[in-house]
Ligand binder design. Sequence first.
Ligand code: DQA
Length: 143
Amino acid sequence: MRILVIHGPNLNLLGEREPGIYGTENLEQVNGAILARAKELGAQCEVFQSNHEGDIIDRLHEARREFDGVVLNAGAYTHYSYAIRDAIAAIRIPCVEVHISNVHAREEFRHTSVIAPACLGVVCGFGGDSYLLALEGLVRRLS
Ligand code: DQA
């Protein structure tokens, strides 16, 4: 089973970016935990980060031939990118929406996800563990 994990804009700054909200682990550490859990689950996993909407869309398109599922933290694009929503719907492999923070306990604009209706499920609020829970849920669904 092959899973692609995508980190969207500003997640390259994890660890230094608003640590009170996003924690002190950097992206490399979060990715290390993701790859370790994937191995335990018997899944092949690749990670990708981009600050650019079009690059995320291109990676989603490529993923449809290379992967069985996607775990996606689209960052702020979650709240307004119909283009990413359409890409998720187009590729027809399951995608799980992830957030490190509990977006529902934050500003009003973060309460809306335009990508959630195209996703299999949503995990938010567990810090870096949100990725691990999403990965586990996706692997179970695909098994
Ligand atoms: C985030 C939540 C988004 O609202 C925000 O724009 C991010 C990170 C999260 O992981 O908690 O960039 O997706």
